[in-house]
Design a protein around this ligand. Structure first.
Ligand SMILES: [Fe+2]
Ligand SMILES: [Fe+2]
Length: 498
């Protein structure tokens, strides 16, 4: 199979590792490998059609490569079907894994299929370069009809007109989408609640001086990493639950999820993500050595109490040494426990006596930690800050001492309006941000769940809408005016994610 090239898309960094670095290629089936190549090739062809005139050799080569790749799959497998469902892409019923290499191509294909209401595309033998050119061009300029259903009908009509007959298109059904989304949600919920239970056990063990079961913790972290690599939306959504009573435990799990998601975007390998996840889950372990009455105090801490609290980084190192005495534990977890409240200029606590370079893992965890802590309701912070304000503060206030490159990467991951943000739309509806828009140019137009009508009547569960959707006139259907504090409307954001 020829390897189609992928023209650089604006705003997309070149991939920093290949899927091989995940060490999964050995057990990878032909269809998974070929499927990934096919999606990349399709993306390459789509981009070149958009950028150059059809006669341009770049377009011709991209189309040739892709047509040949598609024909090869068809020859080997006897069939070729691309199916999208919720956030997933299937090739001949095999679900493709989404990772950094193919992130742009996956999301582009998903949004094109969605815009034209396509659920599946089956290709029959003999599809020519011209056939593909017609189809791909039509996909990139979907009609101006109001709904995906109408655009789907129009697409069928145009294909027939152009005598392109070797593609069979099936309309996407809401039921398919919902089913896939429900399954992903259920899996995420299981991972999340298991992680909270294990973390609770871990912290309690350390508090009472019992040795925790590291194997169990490792399994939980591996579960989080695998889930984030497969489909990150559902798990990130769950970080918004932020259970007040269980703050210390859910906080550790949230920081683990957010740090792993950020590490994934930065191109860390799966093994590095396992280590990062462990370090993130353990970052506040020192808090189990801080007296509970200080940890849960709702008023201002006295100087003495604050000294206890600010000791949790090095208390964490001690606790981890003790755990490590008996069991295998990544050394980096200790560094992170020690450094996570340090700032990039080495102020913060504990005080650095000598010059040092903060570890990359500590900087990643500091960003995830700062974000989750500021957006949560805690004993001494009854009204959490809106996520958008927190992000801007992290970016713009140098006193926060966060690595600006990491904050930027985190903003790209979270979107300008992070998952769980309550927003007011120009239609006067209220909505909760459900997922960042996969298209990089649409960062300010996330996928949201409408939670009230224009008169403020709350609806549950509410429908999902994509804020990048336009009217037939080309205007955006809905636009965010501002963010709001959910408490003011009696809304519990977490309820919309379980
Ligand atoms: Fe901490
Ligand atoms: Fe923390």
């Amino acid at each position: 199979m020829s390897s189609p090239t992928q023209p650089a898309a604006p705003g997309n960094k070149p991939p920093t590792y290949s899927a091989d670095s995940f060490g999964e290629m050995g057990g990878d089936s032909f269809i998974r490998r070929a499927g990934r190549g096919l999606i990349l090739g399709l993306y390459g062809a789509l981009r070149s059609i958009k950028l150059y005139p059809v006669e341009n050799p770049v377009v011709q080569k991209a189309l040739d490569d892709f047509t040949a790749a598609a024909a090869e799959v068809l020859r080997q497998e006897g069939e070729l079907e691309l199916r999208v469902s919720s956030e997933f892409i299937f090739v001949n019923s095999t679900r493709l894994r989404l990772d950094l290499d193919n992130y742009a191509s996956f999301s582009h294909l998903l949004s094109l299929f969605r815009a034209s209401g396509i659920g599946a595309l089956a290709v029959r033998a003999g599809a020519s370069r011209r056939d593909w050119l017609v189809l791909l061009s039509l996909l990139q300029s979907p009609g101006r009809d109001e709904t995906p259903e109408a655009r789907f009908k129009q697409l069928l009509g145009k294909l027939e007109q152009a005598q392109v007959v070797l593609f069979e298109l099936a309309e996407s059904t809401v039921a398919d989408d919902e089913e896939a989304r429900e399954k992903a949600k259920e899996a995420a919920k299981r991972t999340y609640s298991q992680s909270v239970a294990v973390t609770k056990d871990l912290m309690t063990s350390v508090r009472i001086g019992r040795s925790p079961n590291i194997k169990k913790i490792k399994r939980v972290v591996q579960g989080i990493v695998d889930q984030i690599l497969n489909e990150e939306t559902s798990l990130i959504g769950l970080t918004t639950i932020r259970d007040y009573d269980e703050y210390t435990f859910t906080h550790s799990v949230n920081v683990c999820i957010l740090a792993v998601a950020l590490g994934k975007r930065l191109g860390l390998t799966k093994l590095q993500l396992y280590d990062l996840g462990m370090a993130a889950l353990f970052h506040d372990i020192g808090k189990s050595r801080v007296p509970l009455e200080i940890l849960n105090k709702s008023g201002q801490l006295t100087e003495e109490e604050w000294r206890h609290m600010a000791a949790h980084p090095w208390l964490g190192v001690l606790a981890l040494f003790q755990v490590r005495g008996q069991q295998e534990l990544p050394y980096r977890a200790m560094v992170v426990a020690h450094e996570h409240h340090m700032k990039t200029d080495l102020t913060g606590y504990p005080k650095s006596i000598r010059q040092r370079t903060m570890s990359m893992f500590s900087k990643i965890v500091a960003v995830a930690d700062g974000f989750d802590a500021a957006t949560s309701r805690r004993a001494y912070q009854t009204v959490p800050h809106p996520p958008t304000d927190v992000l801007l503060e992290m970016r713009d206030n140098p006193r926060r001492g966060m690595d600006p490159v990491l904050v930027k990467a985190f903003m790209n991951l979270a979107g300008i309006y992070p998952v769980g943000t309550l927003v007011v739309l120009d239609t006067f509806e209220l909505a909760i941000v459900h997922a960042a828009n996969p298209i990089p140019e649409m960062l300010s137009r996330p996928i949201v769940r409408i939670v009230s009508d224009d008169r403020g009547n709350l609806v549950h569960p509410g429908v999902l809408v994509d804020l990048s959707e336009r009217t037939p006139e080309g205007d955006f259907r809905r636009t965010i005016i501002k963010t709001e504090i959910p408490e003011r409307y009696g809304i519990r954001v977490g309820d919309y994610f379980v």
